[in-house]
Design a protein around this ligand. Structure first.
Ligand code: ZN
Length: 309
């Protein structure tokens, strides 16, 4: 018997890997929570520091990440323990005291360089960026306003006010992103900030008190006026701008009538299989531009071509 999960797993093997996934470092939770072990990893020869310029990586001649000896960390920086490399060396990132943090997406020129980065390095960078950025934006306690201190190898911040003592943990914000299908066509939309001609899957944050399925249905109804059913999980992707977890889904619609919310979308349309194929192949006659290969939206489109063929 082939259940849906088995079928989905088999399909994913036929598809390109998901960008920002597949971090090869051992997260070594036991080291994080043991100050003596963490100090030993930090002091060992071979401990290394991910070189960042603010939140952006330095690029090696090959387009990969650049590492320095851990001693190169700026004075007074909080160190984030990223994990152990396959040789057992500790890998760290530094949160410089003056770093302000950002919730903005990566600038287009940086995105282009990241799109070309080797997959394992991109995964390490994504996790490091989210964590370093979280530290920079959470220097003060959300409960009492007192300063916070990094703890557990950078996987926690603790309020320094003894009367409060709140513990804060790195955020992961769930975002649904979905292909809606009707009669063999897909509903795709474009936001005003997209490059010219680009259409992509609709997306939106999961709100408190709703399931992933409910968030998918609400977002599609809000943005495009389309009611969906049979929401199904397809894949997920960590997206470090600043800390999203993209939850990619597929859903069916019975009525294709579209009512666009122009505060959210510039346009939304149904595209045929032939049109999606042309876009994924980058053909000059394609009616829209497909998302870049690091976007889970593109993975969803490629999944659909295989799974719903
Ligand atoms: Zn506090």
């Amino acid at each position: 018997m082939t259940d849906t999960a088995t079928l989905t797993a088999g399909l994913h093997k036929a598809l390109p890997p998901i960008a920002y996934a597949g971090n090869p470092l051992d997260r070594a939770d036991a080291v994080r929570t043991d100050p003596a072990r963490l100090a030993a990893v930090q002091a060992a020869a071979g401990a290394r520091l991910l070189v960042l310029d603010g939140l952006s990586p330095e690029f090696s001649a090959e387009g990969g990440l650049v590492w320095a000896p851990l001693a190169a960390a700026p004075e007074g920086a909080d160190l984030v323990f990223l994990g152990l490399d396959p040789q057992g060396h500790g890998c760290f990132a530094a949160v410089a005291p003056a770093l302000g943090g950002s919730t903005a997406p990566a600038a287009p020129n940086l995105r282009a360089m990241l799109d070309a980065m080797p997959a394992a390095d991109l995964a390490i960078y994504g996790g490091a960026r989210s964590l370093v950025d979280w530290h920079a934006r959470h220097r003060f306690c959300a409960r009492c306003g007192h300063a916070t201190r990094a703890a557990k190898g950078g996987w926690q911040r603790s309020c320094a006010n003894a009367a409060c003592g709140a513990e804060h943990f790195p955020r992961v914000d769930p975002v649904t992103i979905m292909l809606v299908e009707h009669d063999g066509r897909l509903l795709l939309g474009r936001q005003p900030r997209f490059p010219a001609g680009r259409y992509s899957a609709l997306a939106g944050f999961v709100e408190p008190g709703e399931t992933v399925e409910e968030a998918v249905a609400r977002e599609v109804l809000e943005e495009a006026g389309v009611r969906v059913r049979d929401v199904r999980y397809v894949a997920s992707q960590p997206w470090p701008y600043p800390s999203s977890l993209m939850i990619a889904c597929h859903a069916l619609a019975d009525d294709p009538a579209i009512a666009i919310d122009h505060a959210e979308l510039e346009d939304a349309r149904w595209f045929t299989r032939a049109e999606v194929t042309a876009a994924l192949e980058g053909r000059p006659d394609a009616p829209f531009g497909a998302p870049t290969h690091t976007a889970v939206a593109r993975h969803l489109l490629e999944w659909w071509m295989v799974a719903r063929g």
